[in-house]
Write a protein that binds this ligand. Structure first.
Ligand code: HAM
Length: 433
């Protein structure tokens, strides 16, 4: 008797991808990889497990508190990566320390956050991630936006908007007002969650001057799609705050370049826009679609992380695209996958003794890059044909003694329901059409 275990369920927040979904995921991954290649980003593969300290350093409270962290058997505190950026920064601070800049690096893979599972929020999810290290110029920032736009178009999304901001605007004012970094982080976290009233209360409690508070209050209301008008209003608001003023100017330069790219990119600028990660120092952005309330992608400039990890001071900017959410948006916007459907063939021996011959024929077809399934259930020909039909295969190759004597097989076109005897040396030609 077999000892039976209880039926296992998936761990909460984890998912299985069946062939159709896996195909879509791989399709998006393929487009991301192609985009990386078109922009000169070399692919790197970093470990799923990293030291907790590295990942926690500047992740921001939101992500830090949701890490899958544990002690390994050697007593090291480790965690499953919640993002790629820390790993890439570690590499640039160590192994790639002396590499000439700029360095463009691409990664794709799974990440882990103990988020509350809901629409578009999973505990295991996928990103394509691009980091551009070594340039502080606006053209580097612009590149991350432009390549993201290309990827969104390449997967077939029609309706998406970039939400753009600059952390230097609010942090510039708060810094000038001598608000400590830790308090600033708390304020930015609340801003990220759009809890503006709570954020403003914290600003007030931090002892910011009346004028500073008023400026921030006004700033959080400045936003819109006429981006250069919005930038002008921001500039007016912060004219007495030097760092904030430079930040607005920097954003203006970046978005001017993006607009000059020749692509019509739909953008909105928000002065009070913040993102959960603490390492950002400059321009930040996300992508949104009208069908969903969560972001598809997120990125921005982080000029101090590599130095913090012991590397040379290295300006950097990057972006990560959430593949699961892109997939959801594609389904909602009814995007068609532009895949080339190859011919599929089932090879059926009509007698037990011809199994070996069926394998030989399959070998010939696969050598010609044709996908073949060999009958393995020992079914009668009619049953196997019914199955091939049900699974919408294109051809069946029926291997029988009589035809083999003539060095031939029967090729049945399952779509047209026609069949003919074909010499083995001609089957590839016959099936390719
Ligand atoms: P992030 O905004 O935390 O940024 O994540 C980027 C994208 O990953 C999100 O826009 C979303 O599509 C996807 N994502 C995040 N959490 C989940 C989840 N629980 N379930 C499904 N999808 C999720 C970063 O990760 C930064 N490292 C981006 C970056 C790269 N900044 C500079 N370089």
């Amino acid at each position: 008797m077999v000892f039976k275990l209880p039926a296992f369920r998936r761990v909460r927040g984890m998912r299985d991808f069946l062939p159709k979904e896996a195909q879509m995921m791989k399709y998006i991954e393929g487009k991301a990889r192609k985009t990386a290649q078109l922009y000169g980003y070399g692919e790197i593969i970093t470990p799923v497990l990293e030291s907790y300290e590295l990942l926690a350093a500047k992740a921001g409270e939101e992500i830090r508190s949701r890490m899958y962290a544990f002690e390994d058997l050697g007593g090291r505190k480790v965690a499953l990566r919640p993002e790629f950026t820390a790993s890439v920064a570690r590499l640039v601070a160590t192994t790639l320390r002396n590499e000439p800049k700029p360095l463009r690096m691409f990664s794709v893979g799974s990440l882990y956050r103990y988020d509350e599972p809901q629409q578009g929020r999973f505990r295991e999810f996928w990103q394509s991630n691009y980091e551009l290290m070594g340039s502080s110029k606006p053209e580097a920032d612009a590149e991350t936006i432009i390549l993201t736009n290309r990827l969104m178009k390449a997967v077939g999304l029609k309706n998406f908007v970039f939400r753009v901001g600059h952390v230097g605007v609010l942090r510039g004012i708060l810094g000038q007002e001598k608000v400590q970094d830790k308090v600033q982080n708390g304020i930015m976290q609340l801003m990220d969650k759009r809890r503006f009233d709570d954020a403003l209360r914290l600003v007030e409690e931090a002892g910011v001057s009346e004028k500073g508070l008023m400026t921030i209050q006004k700033l959080v209301e400045i936003k819109g799609g006429k981006i250069f008008e919005v930038l002008q209003s921001m500039e007016k608001q912060v004219k007495d705050h030097e760092r904030a003023f430079h930040s607005v100017r920097n954003l203006e330069e970046i978005l001017k370049l993006v607009s000059e790219d020749g692509q019509k990119i739909h953008m909105t600028v928000e002065a009070g826009f913040a993102r959960g990660l603490e390492y950002y120092t400059g321009m930040i952005f996300e992508i949104h679609v009208p069908e969903m309330s969560i972001s598809l992608c997120g990125g921005g400039r982080y000029d101090r992380l590599i130095e913090m990890f012991g590397g040379e001071p290295t300006p950097a900017v990057g972006v990560a695209h959430g593949l699961d959410r892109i997939m959801m948006a594609m389904q909602k916007q009814k995007t068609l996958l532009k895949t080339e459907e190859g011919k599929t063939v089932m090879v059926i021996p009509i007698e037990e003794e011809l199994k070996g011959e069926a394998l030989k024929i399959s070998w010939i077809l696969r050598n010609a890059d044709i996908a073949v399934e060999v009958e393995v259930m020992g079914r009668k020909m009619t049953k196997a044909l019914e199955d091939a039909d049900r699974r919408k295969m294109h051809y069946a190759v029926i291997v029988g003694d009589r035809e083999l004597k003539e060095e031939a097989v029967v090729v049945r076109n399952l779509r047209r329901r026609e069949q003919k005897t074909v010499k083995i040396e001609k089957i590839v030609e016959e099936i390719r059409g």
